[in-house]
Design a binder for this molecule. Structure first.
Ligand code: ASP
Ligand code: MG
Length: 441
């Protein structure tokens, strides 16, 4: 008899846990929170981790407060804090009516802490302070939502993501320590669900470092949090609830007749997200892909509709052209003044500068004697960048550009975005065309 060389198949043990993520727009007012409650009712008998962002545009408001604080403008910091409190108070009153005393008190304490922090002398440690201040948005929103769910007889519990998501010390863009995070999440959540809780409500975007200080994962990082919990819990699936029907082949802001990508592979979705399709944060997909955890993107307005599903198989990728636009871009070209070539030493300096300022390069190109890169105008202080590089490089830049990426391009799709415009730079691979474009005025 021949030896059986087949090895036993080892499958990761999937738990029954499902992960839901609700972004700022899905909790932007009392009606929206009630809608979240209605959606959760449909899944009442399933164990859920519900990851929630700050309400509406609260994170932007907190960034404004941080700016006032850092510039020593206490009066305006206090005024903006009052506005943010009023925004949340209005939501609480509508949601809780006469049952609102407890939650008002709880939220009030966070606003007192925020006022205290912003009344102190600014120590110059901008990025550290940023994380401490900005994190209030998610803490407050999850407190309100958890209390609202408990008022409505859900078996839910508030979980502090700042205690279970471990990152390094990189403020504003913490890197996850997966092993520690997994063990902290297990330790916290297993007893909860064993006790019969069905929903753990937690904050997107937040973590902590080994000192216990709050860190954040980068703007729009709540999707990534959903993926962190899914990975650590071997979840059954993840659902991101959005104000769009799913993953579309273009942003409806710029295009009519968009097509819903109903079922696509992780591989395709990573490409789309990486090039800037804003429907999911690019960091979200890889941990899910690693464990083959499917990701649903569904509309919180039409929860009955199927939406998109992102999963392992490539068999369903339709290869219809997808368009991704990035507006207000700057193209910068650096040429060494000392006639040196663009090699490791120059690149190290250039990337060192960008990395230290957390400036993301959207596209780059180099020749023997120059290096060009495209970045978001809103993320950079151009004057300072030029000043920095001018000592060693001839610096040229071109503003007010668009960066267009077409996945599965062909000639007509390229014409569609370039006709009547000037193409300044172009990169093509087999599946992807990327163009930096200037409008001719
Ligand atoms: N509230 C954070 C932000 O707006 C995180 C998120 O929404 O994903 O960036
Ligand atoms: Mg947000």
């Amino acid at each position: 008899m021949g030896k059986d060389v087949r090895k036993p198949a080892i499958f990761a043990q999937k738990s029954e846990m499902r992960i839901f993520k609700f972004g700022g727009a899905s909790v932007k007012d009392a009606k929206a929170v009630e809608n979240v409650g209605k959606i959760l009712k449909r899944y009442e008998d399933e164990p859920l981790v519900v990851v929630v962002s700050a309400m509406g545009k609260s994170t932007n408001a907190l960034e404004g407060i941080m700016e006032h604080f850092a510039s020593g403008d206490v009066a305006n910091a206090m005024k903006s804090i009052d506005d943010l409190l009023l925004f949340h108070t209005t939501i609480i009153n509508e949601l809780f009516g006469k049952n609102s005393n407890g939650i008002h008190d709880e939220i009030g304490t966070f606003f007192d802490e925020l006022r205290d922090r912003c009344s102190q002398h600014f120590d110059g440690n901008y990025d550290f302070q940023y994380d401490q201040i900005i994190s209030y948005g998610e803490v407050i929103s999850t407190k309100i939502i958890s209390a609202y769910l408990n008022l409505n007889q859900f078996k839910s519990e508030w979980v502090d993501a700042r205690e279970v998501v471990r990152t390094n010390n990189r403020w504003r863009e913490g890197r996850v320590d997966w092993d520690i995070t997994k063990s902290l999440i297990d330790k916290k959540l297993t007893p909860l669900f064993n006790e019969g809780k069905m929903i753990a409500v937690t904050q997107g975007f937040l973590g902590h470092n080994s000192d216990g200080s709050t860190t954040t994962l980068g703007r729009e990082g709540s999707d990534f949090t959903a993926s962190i919990f899914a990975y650590c819990l071997d979840a059954k699936d993840v659902t991101i609830w959005k104000d769009v029907p799913g993953m579309l082949n273009a942003d409806p802001k710029y295009f009519d007749n968009t097509v819903l990508l109903e079922k696509i592979s992780f591989k395709e979705a990573i490409e789309l997200a990486y090039f800037g399709a804003s429907v999911i944060h690019p960091k979200t997909i890889q941990p899910l892909k690693r464990k083959k955890i499917p990701l649903h993107i569904k509309s919180f307005v039409h929860p009955d509709k199927k939406g998109s599903i992102i999963q392992e198989s490539l068999a369903f990728d339709q290869h219809i052209p997808s368009f991704i636009f990035k507006m207000d871009q700057i193209l910068i070209s650096l040429t060494p003044k000392d006639f040196s070539f663009i090699v490791e030493e120059n690149l190290e300096r250039i990337f060192g500068y960008l990395n230290a300022r957390k400036i993301r390069v959207n596209l780059m190109q180099n020749s023997a004697v120059s290096f060009s890169f495209v970045i978001d105008n809103s993320k950079v202080n151009l004057e300072r960048l030029v000043e920095f590089f001018q000592t060693d490089y001839l610096v040229k830049y071109n503003e007010h550009l668009e960066l267009v990426t077409i996945r599965h391009y062909d000639d007509p799709t390229i014409d569609r975005v370039t006709i009547g415009k000037r193409v300044i730079l172009e990169q093509k691979s087999r599946e992807t065309a990327r163009m930096v474009i200037k409008n001719i005025v």
